[in-house]
Design a protein around this ligand. Structure first.
Ligand SMILES: [Zn+2]
Length: 130
């Protein structure tokens, strides 16, 4: 098993972006596995959900879904793509605090009303909308 040692989050994000133009399923899946271990090593990683729902994971999963089913991810692909571009260009932003709801880390420039993380804020807004 070859594992890329010391891949940075920037490199992982770059691989996620490049994967979006790949038509080689085995290549995409192999790299997906490699970046997943990079995600687990991140200082702000707080568990399985964080890794599973990370923008980098979403981009890879979307490409797998597209290659296998010609289907697209029903979520906000543009947001995940932009998040990967930001990670590639700037790395992990400074951690500024923790979410008042779920206690996840909040990054610089990413604080939402009532001290919530993005996810809690989005579900809070969804509850209000419906
Ligand atoms: Zn939260």
């Amino acid at each position: 098993m070859s594992q890329e040692k010391g891949m940075t989050i920037q490199e992982a994000a770059q691989k996620a972006l490049v994967s979006q133009n790949s038509c080689n399923l085995s290549g995409v899946v192999k790299t997906f596995a490699e970046v997943t271990s990079v995600l687990w090593e991140q200082p702000d990683c707080d568990g399985t959900d964080w890794v599973n729902e990370h923008p980098i994971s979403i981009l890879f999963a979307t490409q797998v879904l597209w290659l296998t089913c010609k289907a697209i991810w029903p979520g906000d692909y543009g947001k995940a793509y932009a998040a990967c571009e930001m990670l590639r260009d700037e790395g992990t932003p400074e951690i500024t605090g923790r979410c008042s709801h779920c206690d996840k880390v909040i990054y610089e420039g990413d604080s939402f009303p009532q001290g919530m993380c993005v996810k809690c804020y989005v579900s809070y807004m969804d509850v209000r909308r419906y």
